[in-house]
Each structure stands twice: as structure tokens, then as C-alpha cells.
Ligand binder design. Structure first.
Ligand code: ADP
Ligand code: MG
Ligand code: MG
Length: 880
């Protein structure tokens, strides 16, 4: 079985299509040699060996060695140097390279093959002793760090001490004798610290380095990176062993990195940096300040460009980058080295870029006829659009991390911490910026959440109240940050030895879940023509319609601006929390009899009518789905004695009576209790009022000559009988209003499918429904028997142990919950072939779930306003 692949000009065994076994770096090195681009010869040990390495307990199996030795011989004959030869030694680099690029996450070792003898050979054969000894000291630094596990700062300090002693500013000022002394000091230090002598045998060095690269696949930072980017651990890394070329041979040598286009703006301009007389990571490491490659950019910085310093190599580089971009048809991130005026390419890959750059590059490449519109859509990551819609933290700013929670709602914000919603509102009114810190939030916190810049909770998951509401508002939120201990009584939060008091400043990064101490600078988003253009292209491709979840005129307007094609979910209960009406809601709840209840409801009617009127008007003829009251009533009543007393006073009623009434609403499991349509089965007058408000608002708009398409939606239906009953009542009420006002308008009555029984009996339910809307949040809860408010504690473990592939509240569980959705669609349409079907759970804004919803034939998805553009793009990708 083959597991070592050779690469050299015109003689490569791999190509760009072999990333799975060669890793991205190895595959592209081979591909470049086939394009006639100069690449130092070498070979790639396949990713499959990584698994064998770990199976053997973290050791390189012996049977791998002969093939490596054979390939090394081949490199030797290509170059005309010998590995370990004392006169003309071949030096190599040992480089990691996984299938997906993980920049800087794993280890690389340069100048391998040097020892006290070969260094002399290198000095002579290159006629450059300074370079030889500089390479040697670099090798010891890298090898002792990466392979021998020594703290590299010790050697770094020794080097700095020497420079200081000699009054040098730059590494390049060190003389041959300095470097020789440094090498000796380094080797002594290595012996002292590790108890081992620095290996002199090049082959021993090589096996050590190969093992170290395989090991680096499982360092904590690599593991974290993989988790963040959903890269499976099983992929493994390849190892590239490549003959060295040297950028540290003098002033006609250099090393650099570049992007074929600007990765942060997307501008079509060659963009990169280099250093003369330097090697490898010097450019990124910040030892010396690198210089811009192009004349224009360098002039702006008042320094010399590569274009001027090494014009010939520069010219070659320009040709190569154009060739690479033309070949890969994407922006490339390249690494190169110039040895005595000769250019060598060391890496190319599709460059990472910001969302704004991705859009610009996609549009430009369509115009350049490099890619088609479909390809452009397939290349864009819908989730990354988030970056464009919210202010983000300045990536260049210095930061101190306090903790990491869930990236619940993106954006970068800072403010003073407060622990109650009331205070958030008060402080905001005083013109302060606040971050609302809560153990968890409840609907009562809405005002505080609106007032806050961002929300931080220590409990709850991606669909916790805080997360859902924050996303809906387009507000930054970090949820479930368990490392932070909130002490409401003392108004402090403790984390990592810090005790932060009310008023202290923190910064949240809602895109990563990170919480930082103090204020971190942010940058504002801009939506440009490229964004609009890509959205238009996406709209032309997708079949799924995209609606929004909105219950305020502001959200509705935002969503329309983002291209929403209607409201898929208006949660009427959010309207009940308004300061002007919450007491009327409470009066209705504690009423002893139908008459009192109707009296309270009568107060709510005009307010609800106005709410609906506004939404219909903004949506201007687009469908608006209004869900009738859903949550259990106890959510609306006060929870402390204090508040209850005050309410009793306001409502002019007896405190004890009120208290026992509130108590009687207690439920052991409210999510499965008296809520949804069950409320209306027992108190029909609640839905009756809401339906009347809808109908009267509709009548008013009709009278004004406007168009509208109201959809009345009944939640938490388990049986067709429930829907039959409630639909009948709703239709009767609408008819009544229509004849009272003497107008007719079109409307539909449908239901949410959010209980397994509803999905299973969808054919019977469809008899009474004009449409279905899958409430996949509740359907996930009830199908998995998993409370979304309590699962935060263990779901993380489930995902990290691979028991669940993903948080099922974030991305729909296609096998389980998804089957019920499919069944619901199929059964529903068996009864009514043109039944309109959508989804309004949080999954409606998740790209992977959207792909699934496209496949099972839904008509639309509905998501929070700020996810509308993401859903439009994801729906287009699903259709391709
Ligand atoms: P990473 O994956 O972290 O980018 P690389 O394997 O690309 O690590 O190595 C980092 C740098 O080391 C390269 O950008 C290049 O400058 C230098 N390097 C690697 N191999 C060689 C080589 N054979 N000759 C010269 N420089 C090399
Ligand atoms: Mg690299
Ligand atoms: Mg629900």
C-alpha cells in the first residue's frame, strides 16, 4: 500500500484532488509542480499514517521508515545534495498539513539535518558561514521546542540577552562568532532543561520531527480549532518533508506571504509582506516589521517594496500568482521564499477572508468570468453574513479573555455590567451603555434586554430565552457562560479570580462567545452593492420563501429591509408584556369568572388591534402569521411578594386573594402544562378577543384600501379535535366582525405542528388547517424529551463525545425530528395536496436545517430578522 508521495518539477505523484490523503498543503505543492511553478522537491506522508501513529500509541510504525528513506534518496538525486552529508548536506523542512487548512495550529520544523559537522559543510558549500550558523541556531530553537517539548522562551531570552550585550537591534547583526556561541549555549541549555543531548543524527532528527508533527494533530489548541470549525478528529494530518530553500542567505534573499486579493476588503490588488534575509515564520512572528510587497503599498508606509528590492523575483511572483488564481479560480493565500534572487513557492491555498471580502471577490470573479453565479453562491458561507449585519470587535485590538460561553447572537459590544432589567433601563436612560448580566432571562427581562447593548447569561443554551430574543433583536448575546458566577445579592460576577462589580466594563463577542475584560474596540458594519447583488442572485435561484419572526413594527421593518417575504411567526405574548397592558393581562388571568375575564380582555382588544394593524401595514399584502396566545399564564404574573403587593394595590384587589391566585397557577412542568390551544379550550374568550383584534385590524385596512393576508395560527395542537373546535370558533368570530363592519377579506386558519402526535396524525389535522407551520423548537423538545432550558448542562458533553452530532436546538436533528417533519408534510399533503407548509422554529435560520427543509418540500422558512439574508443565501445553496 502506498503512503509516501513524491513531488518535484514534472515528477509528482499527487495532485490537488488528493487532499484527503495528502492534506491541503501536500496536494497543492504537487499541483504547483505540475503547473510548472518552482517548488523545492520533497514528499508527503499520507494522512492515513496519522491514524497508524495513534494506534501504535503515539509512535511512528517501523514499516513506514523504508518508504521515507527511499523518497529521501529521490530528493537527494533531484537536488544533488545528501541528507546528513558533511560536505554538501541536504536540509529539509518537516511540515504539517491537514485536509482543511488550520493555519498556525500545528507544527513545522525548518533546517533539519544540521549538526556540528554538517553545519561546516553548509558553510563551505554555500560560501556563507553566517547563513549556515544562523540556520543551525534556528533549527535548535524550533526542534527543542516542537520535538523535545522545551519551553522555547528560554532560548529566546538567551538570544535577546546576547543582542543586548552587543548592542544589536536586529538578529541579522549577529556575527558568525556570535551565532557559534549561541548554538553552544542553546545546546547546553537543552541538555540542562531536558536531560537529553540535542540529537546529532539527522535521521534521528527526522523521525523525531515526523512524530512531533503527527503529535501536533492532538494538541489542545488544534483540538479546539477543530471543534470550532467542525473538522473531524479522524481526518488526521499529513506530513510534508521538503528540501529547504533559504531566504536567510543575504540581501538577495527573502521570505514572504501574500494574498492574490485583499482578504479583508476583497479589493483586487496583490497584497502581501516580505522580509529580506529572513526565514519562515519571521514574517508572521513580528520579530522584524515586514515590508509590503508592492510599490504602492510600500510607498504609503515609507519603506522599500519587493518590487524595487528584487524586481526580477517580483515579476516572477506576479506571474505565478496570476497563474494560480486562474487555475484555482479563487483568491489564493501563498507563501514563498527567494534564495539568492531565485523564487520558490512553498504553499498555496484558498485564502481565508472576511464576509465583506468574500462578497466582493465573488462579484468581481463573476464579472471576470472566472466563476459562474451558481459557483459564487456555492462558495459563500451563509453564516458568515452575520459578520456584516452587526458591529464586530476590531480583530487587531488587544484583549483580556474572562470566559467563553455560547455564541448565541453575534456582534461585538461593550458596556457597564448591571444585574437587573430595571437597572439596565434606568442606566440606559441616563445615557450609559450597559451589558445585562443574568443567570438566565425570562420574558420580563425584555425591556432590560432592549436597553442593553448586549446580554450575558450563565445558564441556558442556544435556544434559551436570552439567545432567541437577542437574535430576534439583532442584539449581541453570549449565553450559558458557566464559568462565570453571578451573585445577585452583592451585585458581582466572579470569574478567573476577577470580581467584577456593577458598573464595571466588559466586552462581549457574540460571534465567538468570548467575554473580555474592559472595553474592546469595535468596527461598524456596512452593507454594500455586492451584498445586494449576491442576494438578488440568490433570490433567483431559491425555491423556498423566506419570512421572518417578528412581533414589533421595528422588527418587521428591519426584516423587510433584509428581504423578508412576510411574517411567519408573530408571537402575540410578546405584545402582552408592554407596560401599557401588562396589568390588563394580569387582570384577565386572575379573573374569577368569565365576566371579569371578558372585562379585562376588552381593555386589551384595542391595543392588540393596533399592534396587528401596524404589522399588516408594514407587510403590505405579504402574509402575516399570527400565533394566538401560547405560553402558560403564570409567566405573566409577578413572582415576588413585593411585586404581588404592588400589583394588588394597582388592581385594587386583596393581596391574599391575589397571592393564592398566583400560587394556584403554579405548574410542575409548565412547558407540558396549561398552555397553547389548551388555554383556549378552557377559556375560549382569550382567542376570541385576539381573533377579533385581527379581524378588526383587517377590516380597518380594507376600509383604507390596503391589501393584506392574515394567517391565524393555533399553537400546540395535539389532536384534530382541538383544531376543529378552535378553528370553528375563530371562523365564527371573523364572520361576526365581517358582517358587523360589512367588509370581506381573505384569511386562513392553520396550526403549528410541534408535538409528535400532531406530526403523526397530520392527515387528520390537515382536514381543519389551511396551513402548517412546524414549531421545531417545541418539536425538538418533545421528540427528544429534552428540555431546552435545562439541557445546556449536558448537551455540550453529548456533542463533544459525539453522541449527538450537533446541538439539536441549533441544527435540526434530521434523523429523528426531521422524520417527523417529513411525515407531517407528507401526511398533510395527502389530505390537502396544496397545503402551505413552513417552519418557524429557530432552525428556520440555520443553513444546514434550511437545506433539509428544502429537501422535504417546505414552502417557506421563517427566522429572526437578522437571519433573513442568511436564510436567503442558504435557500439558494440548497436549490443548487
Ligand atoms: P504553517 O502550516 O503553519 O503555515 P508551514 O509548513 O507552511 O507552516 O511552514 C511555515 C513556513 O516555513 C513557511 O511559510 C515557509 O516560509 C517556511 N518553510 C517551510 N518549508 C520550507 C522549505 N522547504 N524551505 C524554506 N522555507 C520553508
Ligand atoms: Mg504555511
Ligand atoms: Mg412552540
Amino acid at each position: 500500500q502506498k503512503f509516501v508521495y513524491f513531488f518535484a518539477a514534472g515528477d509528482s505523484e499527487g495532485n490537488a484532488g488528493m487532499k484527503n490523503i495528502l492534506g491541503g498543503k501536500g496536494a497543492n505543492l504537487a499541483e504547483m509542480t505540475s503547473l510548472g511553478i518552482p517548488v523545492p522537491p520533497g514528499f508527503t506522508i499520507s494522512t492515513e499514517i496519522c491514524a497508524h501513529f495513534y494506534e501504535a500509541g503515539g509512535k511512528l510504525p517501523d514499516w513506514v521508515r523504508p518508504a521515507v528513506q527511499e523518497s529521501m534518496n529521490k530528493v537527494e538525486s533531484k537536488i544533488g545534495k545528501k541528507f546528513g552529508d558533511v560536505n554538501n548536506p541536504l536540509l529539509v523542512s518537516v511540515r504539517s498539513g491537514a485536509r482543511a487548512s488550520m493555519p498556525g495550529m500545528m507544527d513545522t520544523i525548518l533546517n533539519l539535518g544540521l549538526n556540528d559537522q554538517t553545519v561546516e559543510g553548509l558553510a563551505k558549500s554555500s560560501n556563507n558561514p553566517r547563513f549556515a550558523w544562523d540556520s543551525y541556531r534556528r533549527f535548535i530553537q524550533m526542534y527543542s521546542d516542537v520535538v523535545m517539548g522545551m519551553n522555547s522562551s528560554l532560548l529566546e531570552v538567551t538570544l535577546e540577552d546576547m543582542k543586548e550585550e552587543k548592542h544589536y537591534k536586529l538578529d541579522t547583526e549577529m556575527t558568525v562568532d556570535d551565532l557559534k556561541l549561541l548554538v553552544k549555549k542553546f545546546k547546553d541549555l537543552v541538555h540542562q532543561m531536558t536531560g537529553q543531548s540535542f540529537p546529532a543524527d539527522p535521521w534521528e532528527q527526522l523521525w523525531g520531527a515526523i512524530s512531533a508533527v503527527f503529535h501536533s494533530w492532538n494538541t489542545p489548541r488544534a483540538i479546539t480549532y477543530r471543534e470550532l470549525h467542525s473538522i473531524p478528529a479522524a481526518w488526521g494530518t499529513a506530513v510534508n518533508v521538503q528540501s529547504m530553500v533559504f531566504g536567510n542567505m543575504g540581501d538577495d534573499s527573502a521570505t514572504g506571504v501574500a494574498f492574490t486579493r485583499n482578504p479583508s476588503t476583497g479589493e483586487k490588488a496583490f497584497y502581501g509582506e516580505f522580509l529580506i534575509n529572513a526565514q519562515g515564520e519571521d514574517v508572521v512572528a513580528g520579530i522584524r516589521t515586514p515590508q509590503p510587497i508592492t510599490k504602492i503599498a510600500a510607498a504609503a508606509a515609507g519603506v522599500m517594496s519587493l518590487e524595487e528590492a528584487l524586481p526580477q523575483a517580483y515579476g516572477q511572483l506576479v506571474e505565478i500568482y496570476k497563474k494560480l488564481e486562474g487555475h484555482y479560480r479563487d483568491m489564493q493565500d501563498i507563501e514563498f521564499t527567494i534564495e539568492r534572487g531565485v523564487l520558490w513557492m512553498l504553499q498555496t491555498r484558498n485564502g481565508k477572508r472576511t464576509a465583506a471580502a468574500a462578497l466582493k471577490i465573488a462579484c468581481d470573479m463573476i464579472d471576470e468570468k472566472l466563476i459562474t453565479q451558481d459557483e459564487a453562491i456555492l462558495r459563500l458561507d451563509p453564516s458568515s453574513l452575520d459578520q456584516l449585519l452587526h458591529p464586530t470587535l476590531d480583530p487587531k485590538a488587544a484583549k483580556t479573555t474572562l470566559a467563553k460561553g455560547l455564541p448565541a447572537s453575534p456582534g461585538g459590544v461593550n458596556g457597564q455590567i448591571v444585574f437587573t432589567s430595571e437597572e439596565a433601563v434606568e442606566w440606559r436612560e441616563q445615557g450609559k451603555k450597559v451589558i445585562l448580566v443574568r443567570i438566565e432571562t425570562s420574558p420580563e427581562d425584555i425591556a432590560g434586554m432592549v436597553a442593553a447593548q448586549g446580554i450575558l447569561t450563565t445558564r441556558g443554551g442556544m435556544t434559551s430565552h436570552a439567545a432567541v430574543v437577542a437574535r430576534g433583536m439583532g442584539k449581541c448575546c453570549v449565553a450559558g457562560c458557566g464559568d462565570i458566577e453571578v451573585d445577585y445579592r452583592n451585585e458581582t460576577m466572579k470569574v478567573k479570580g476577577y470580581v467584577l462589580k456593577k458598573g464595571d466594563v466588559i466586552t462581549l463577542d457574540g460571534s465567538t462567545g468570548e467575554v473580555y475584560l474592559g472595553e474592546v474596540k469595535t468596527i461598524e458594519p456596512k452593507l454594500d452593492g455586492n451584498f445586494e447583488r449576491i442576494m438578488k442572485i440568490a433570490d433567483g435561484i431559491r425555491r423556498l420563501k423566506v419570512r421572518t419572526n417578528a412581533d414589533t413594527p421595528k422588527d418587521a421593518q428591519t426584516a423587510r429591509n433584509f428581504g423578508a417575504e412576510g411574517i411567519g411567526l408573530c408571537r402575540t405574548e410578546h405584545m402582552f408584556f408592554g407596560a401599557d397592558r401588562i396589568d390588563a393581562v394580569r387582570e384577565m388571568i386572575i379573573a374569577d369568572n368569565k365576566m371579569d375575564r371578558e372585562k379585562a380582555l376588552a381593555k386589551l382588544l384595542p391595543m392588540q388591534r393596533e399592534d396587528f394593524y401596524q404589522l399588516f401595514k408594514i407587510m403590505d399584502g405579504l402574509p402575516v402569521t399570527i400565533r394566538l396566545l401560547d405560553p402558560p399564564l403564570h409567566e405573566f404574573v409577578p413572582h415576588t411578594d413585593e411585586e404581588t403587593k404592588e400589583l394588588a394595590k394597582r388592581l385594587n384587589t386583596d393581596y391574599e386573594r391575589l397571592r393564592s391566585k398566583v400560587k394556584s397557577l403554579h405548574e410542575f412542568n409548565p412547558m407540558l402544562g396549561h398552555r397553547g390551544c389548551r388555554l383556549a379550550i378552557t377559556y375560549p374568550e382569550i382567542y376570541q378577543m385576539q381573533v377579533r383584534a385581527i379581524a378588526e385590524a383587517a377590516a380597518q385596512l380594507m376600509a383604507e384600501g390596503k391589501t393584506l393576508a392574515p394567517e391565524i395560527m393555533i399553537p400546540l395542537v395535539a389532536t384534530d379535535k382541538e383544531l376543529d373546535t378552535l378553528r370553528g370558533q375563530a371562523v365564527a368570530e371573523v364572520n361576526k366582525v365581517q358582517s358587523e363592519k360589512n367588509v370581506k377579506f381573505e384569511y386562513t386558519v392553520g396550526t403549528m405542528i410541534e408535538l409528535p402526535r400532531a406530526a403523526i396524525t397530520a392527515d387528520a389535522i390537515a382536514e381543519h388547517a389551511d396551513f402548517f407551520s412546524f414549531g421545531t423548537n417545541d418539536l425538538t423538545q418533545t421528540t427528544l424529551g429534552l428540555s431546552r432550558d435545562d439541557s445546556g448542562r449536558f448537551l455540550g458533553t453529548y456533542v463533544s463525545h459525539g453522541i449527538l452530532p450537533k446541538d439539536p436546538f441549533m441544527s435540526i436533528d434530521q434523523v429523528g425530528v426531521g422524520s417527523l417533519v417529513k411525515m407531517g408534510v407528507d401526511l398533510g399533503r395527502r389530505t390537502k395536496p396544496d397545503l402551505k407548509v413552513g417552519v418557524c422554529g429557530e432552525h428556520g435560520g440555520d443553513p444546514e436545517s434550511i437545506e433539509f427543509f428544502h429537501k422535504v418540500g417546505l414552502d417557506y422558512v421563517s427566522c429572526s430578522p437578522f437571519r433573513v439574508p442568511i436564510a436567503r443565501l442558504a435557500a439558494a445553496r440548497a436549490a443548487l
